[in-house]
Design a protein around this ligand. Structure first.
Ligand SMILES: Nc1ncnc2c1ncn2[C@@H]1O[C@H](COP(=O)(O)OP(=O)(O)OP(=O)(O)O)[C@@H](O)[C@H]1O
Length: 418
């Protein structure tokens, strides 16, 4: 309750903008590439030239940079009217974004109009507002979100053994499955798809911890006032800032699932080639119809990254020394045994990899069978058995045999480890 009350914008006088006028900042040489400039297709004119201290839409004052992506920069801002801090995701100009922009917004609208009482609603990133700002090279969409602390990926890297402790993983999984149940059942959405790319997925980067401690934001502001961010300053007035980390909150919020830019609606038969290579579900690789069960497969693969210190599947082909679908299928077969005939029948490209009898084509290098039991090396006894049983509920060739997100949220390994 206390954290809810802290988050509500209280009526009262609007905050006044702060003067971020300390000119005692370190300049980064112009020839040194930093942050978003490091993307191979970076074009300065696509990005809105944000300046720390500026106020967008007469309401949101930029305090500092939180991060960047291929199509956006993310900023901590003071919501002057709402008297709270928010994260602004400022996209590259709308012309470069095309349909993707409207798509992401329509997914957030769907989330916000779906059943608010569902327990998974709180476990997905909330959109507070959205607006457009005009820049020198066009219009830019800005999404307003609650600020979040670091991602599960960054958290993982803090741990020298690069493996999450069981209770932390169980807590994250419980929230993730509640979020997926909400998306699958209430919103009829599939998270891990991708309309025109294979970029978005359920991965540690897309699960971020909340913040229940406002002192984190005032500390960030104080740092910007007293030790302004390092930056590059160009002759045309543009600046590129280095991101600044939010300090560790005294009270963390529960994790939330982010990034709905490439989610799709589960309202028709899907056959598109989606998901990043290592998380591709068997039905996607075989070009069989797929549905929200690909999110469950993806989650099973991600658990391995968080808990076992490496990818479950790599799809690295010995002959071609790169990712190949056939190598990926062979790895899955080594773990789960041969695929069911019904799945092969429904896949448009099954014939490329399998004979009519359901055997791998003779030119395939099929690795020897290594069951899941042999690959799990961290746990012992009943806890290990429960963990493996949970993994088997996700890692099934046949999508229909995978458990639903709702069932997995109540899985015994999760409930005994929280
Ligand atoms: N709500 C938030 N609170 C705090 N930091 C955030 C928030 N949203 C994003 N970030 C930071 O900004 C970075 C980029 O954000 P985001 O995950 O939205 O972009 P992306 O999906 O990687 O990129 P893009 O959508 O531009 O391709 C993140 O890695 C994170 O560090």
């Amino acid at each position: 309750m206390a954290s809810l009350l802290r988050r509500l914008p209280w009526p009262g006088r609007a905050w006044k903008p702060i003067a971020f006028s300390n000119s005692n900042f370190a300049r980064i040489p112009l020839e040194e590439k930093i942050e978003e400039e490091l993307f191979p297709d970076y074009l300065a004119s696509r990005y809105y030239p944000v300046r720390i201290g500026e106020v967008l839409r007469d309401r949101f004052q930029i305090v500092g940079k939180l991060g960047f992506g291929a199509t956006s920069t993310v900023w901590l801002a003071r919501d002057l009217n709402g008297r709270r801090h928010v994260a602004l995701k400022l996209f590259v100009n709308s012309e470069s974004m095309g349909k993707q922009l409207e798509h992401e917004l329509s997914m957030y609208r769907r989330i916000s109009t779906s059943a608010a009482r569902h327990t998974g609603r709180e476990a997905v990133r909330n959109l507070l507002d959205s607006f457009d700002v005009s820049g020198p090279d066009g219009s830019h969409r800005c999404l307003v979100h609650p600020p979040l602390w670091e991602s599960t990926q960054t958290f993982l890297h803090r741990n020298p053994v690069r493996r999450l402790p069981s209770p932390v993983l169980a807590f994250i999984l419980r929230r993730l499955f509640l979020a997926l149940d909400f998306l699958h059942v209430e919103c009829q959405m599939i998270h891990t798809a991708g309309v025109d790319c294979r970029r978005t997925d359920i991965k540690a980067d897309n699960i971020m911890f909340g913040i229940n401690d406002d002192s984190v934001f005032t500390a960030f502001e104080d740092q910007e006032l007293h030790k302004p961010s390092r930056r590059k300053l160009f002759d045309d007035g543009r600046a590129i800032y280095l991101s600044r980390e939010l300090q560790m909150p005294k009270d963390w919020g529960a994790p939330v699932l982010c990034d709905f830019g490439s989610a799709v609606l589960d309202d028709r038969e899907h056959l598109e080639d989606v998901q990043p290579d290592i998380y591709r579900a068997p039905e996607v690789i075989l070009e069989a119809p797929w549905s929200n069960q690909i999110d469950i497969w993806n989650t099973g693969c991600m658990i391995w990254d968080l808990f076992e210190g490496g990818h479950l599947f790599t799809g690295q082909d010995m002959e071609h020394q790169t990712y190949r679908s056939r190598a990926h299928l062979a790895e899955i077969a080594a773990l789960l045994g041969p695929p069911p005939r019904a799945l092969l029948k429904s896949g448009k490209s099954s014939h490329k990899y399998f004979t009519d009898q359901g055997d791998f084509r003779p030119d395939f290098l099929v690795p020897s069978t290594v069951p899941l039991e042999n690959r799990e090396t961290n746990l012992e006894g009943a806890d290990r058995e429960r963990f493996l049983a949970m993994m088997r509920k996700m890692l099934q060739w046949d999508p229909v045999k995978r458990s639903s997100a709702k069932e997995l949220a109540e899985d015994e390994w999760i409930t005994t480890n929280i």
